[in-house]
Design a binder for this molecule. Structure first.
Ligand SMILES: [Zn+2]
Length: 275
């Protein structure tokens, strides 16, 4: 990394940004501009590592839910984009700068639209509350930090593939950025509970989807569970927040069979089974 810098007499545009990343506070998040730069690079790297669902109806369905969630809070520091990854493991993750990724199995295991909206709102919360940006700074001080900084240096000097490859790829880097502590998870849950009703969704979906995850847990919990410590406490705290909401009448749990149509499409596309 250092050799690379020394060789470059004229700093490329990204380098000033890199120095800003490296010298920014270890505790707080990286800046919005820095996160946007990272988000763009991560997005192209992730695209090389996963298979996106290309079906228009599936993408529109997930995007519509996502944009309803996004439309229910302000201000926005990022343009949120939602991607459906063809993968038979229940998972969802938040990339830098509002790139939100949902696995097909997460959609398949949702028993109603409010469960899917809950997962999406929770992930949006991690971005909006700058958890991803804070993790970026925190991780660079931990063991993985050097690798993250190397990756950032390579990304910002134009070698995105090589940089993220040093972490085992963009997905591996994303897994690091998505290791949130219990406090951050609770904040993202609270964000979802607040925002979902404004988007028209009943926040119960958040809790019932936790229960789906726990049921699936067993001795080897799904990745989503280990990334997102789903404890009985966390469910109870979320239920308490929901109980405090003044008026939940008319909030949507199911969307009149549309989720089921999308699940059937995914089933045909991926041959995966619904519960
Ligand atoms: Zn989370």
């Amino acid at each position: 990394m250092r050799g690379r810098w020394i060789r470059r007499r004229v700093a490329p545009p990204g380098l000033a940004l890199l120095f800003a990343v490296l010298s920014s506070s270890a505790c707080g998040p990286i800046s919005v501009a820095q996160e946007q730069q990272l988000g763009h690079q991560f997005e192209s790297q992730i695209a090389r590592e996963v298979t996106f669902v290309r079906d228009g109806a599936v993408n529109r369905y997930v995007d519509k839910i996502g944009q309803k969630i996004v439309g229910a809070f302000a201000p926005h520091e990022f343009k949120y984009q939602f991607y459906v990854i063809r993968d038979d493991q229940i998972n969802a993750f938040a990339g830098p700068a509002g790139h939100i990724y949902i696995h097909t199995e997460t959609i398949q295991q949702a028993s109603n639209v409010s469960e899917l909206a809950g997962v999406i709102a929770h992930e949006v919360g991690h971005v909006a509350l700058r958890h991803v940006a804070t993790n970026y700074n925190r991780q660079r001080n931990a063991k993985i930090g050097t690798q993250m900084v190397t990756a950032a240096a390579n990304i910002l000097t134009g070698g995105a593939a090589g940089g993220l490859a040093s972490l085992g790829g963009g997905l591996a880097a994303m897994a690091v950025l998505n290791q949130f502590g219990r406090e951050a998870e609770m904040e993202a849950d609270a964000f979802a509970v607040e925002v979902m009703p404004r988007a028209g969704y009943h926040p119960d979906g958040l809790v019932t989807f936790f229960q789906v995850l726990m049921k699936q847990g067993g001795p080897q919990p799904p990745a989503f569970l280990s990334d997102h410590p789903t404890t009985v406490d966390r469910i109870q705290e979320t239920q308490a927040l929901i109980a405090e909401l003044p008026n939940k009448h008319g909030l949507m749990r199911s969307d009149g069979g549309r989720l089921e149509i999308i699940q059937r499409r995914i089933e045909l596309l991926t041959q995966s089974r619904r519960r």
